[in-house]
Design a protein around this ligand. Structure first.
Ligand SMILES: [Zn+2]
Length: 250
């Protein structure tokens, strides 16, 4: 007798039901779970950020009051964006999260958004800007099976693309050209792109064909000029110590 991993659907992924003499098929939980895992693997969100969501985004780690006001406003805008996301998605409207300060929470936020959208069933790809450049360079290698044009196609076709740390790579002419191809391709197809950057659009070292495309289809959201990396590490340590204390008492 065959043993099924999922007896409910006998590993077909679909559950049959009969209503008024007609057959209906609904997606089994096991298939939903598997699809979600595949989307997560494809998304390539850094492991440190797996559990992050917008509603667990900690705004109390910012020390200055101005930073806290700014981050709360940013959170509100992003919550609003995600609330109406189906509509934003159809229009291809993305986000541009920026602050000059590193460690101000932009990547953490972008990962939270990515997780949220993967949960909702969207195809998301999270990539460091510098990684995209590296991947393009790797396609020039003869032994690489992936051609440059198919890599660029992939980046253009992904439903939602998150480009983390945009603008820190050197702004060579060919890099400018490749990013224009990706960003313009996505613009024409109305695909959502989300950026994080240490540069305001004005200070970005790419030509205006790129910045004007981004400006046209993105909500620009400023992040606090404050690094909270140390504060987050400090709070994590505190949690850890509290756990150790609790377990040594119990
Ligand atoms: Zn099943």
């Amino acid at each position: 007798m065959k043993v099924f991993n999922c007896p409910a659907c006998r590993d077909t992924g679909w559950i049959k039901s009969i209503k008024n003499g007609r057959e209906y098929f609904s997606e089994c939980q096991c298939r939903k779970k598997e699809m979600n895992q595949r989307r997560l693997a494809f998304a390539n969100i850094p492991a440190a950020f797996y559990s992050m969501r917008l509603n667990t985004f900690n705004t109390s780690v910012y020390k200055s009051e101005h930073s806290r006001i700014m981050i709360q406003l940013a959170c509100k805008c992003i919550a609003e964006y995600l609330h109406d996301f189906d509509q934003e998605y159809r229009q291809g409207r993305g986000l541009y999260l920026f602050s000059e300060a590193k460690g101000s929470g932009k990547t953490r936020m972008a990962a939270s958004i990515a997780n949220e959208l993967v949960d909702r069933g969207y195809q998301v790809k999270f990539a460091l800007s510098a990684e995209i450049i590296q991947e393009i360079k790797r396609t020039w290698d003869r032994e690489n099976n992936l051609s440059e044009s198919s890599l660029l196609d992939q980046l253009q076709e992904t439903e939602i693309l998150i480009i983390d740390d945009f603008g820190t790579e050197q702004a060579a002419a060919w890099i400018n050209e490749k990013f224009y191809q990706i960003i313009n391709g996505r613009y024409v197809d109305r695909k959502v792109t989300i950026f994080t950057s240490n540069y305001s659009l004005m200070r970005l070292r790419y030509d205006d064909r790129i910045t004007s495309r981004i400006e046209e289809v993105s909500y620009i959201i400023g992040f606090p000029e404050e690094s909270v990396r140390e504060q987050i590490a400090f709070e994590k340590n505190k949690e850890m110590l509290a756990k150790v204390e609790r377990s040594s008492k119990g």
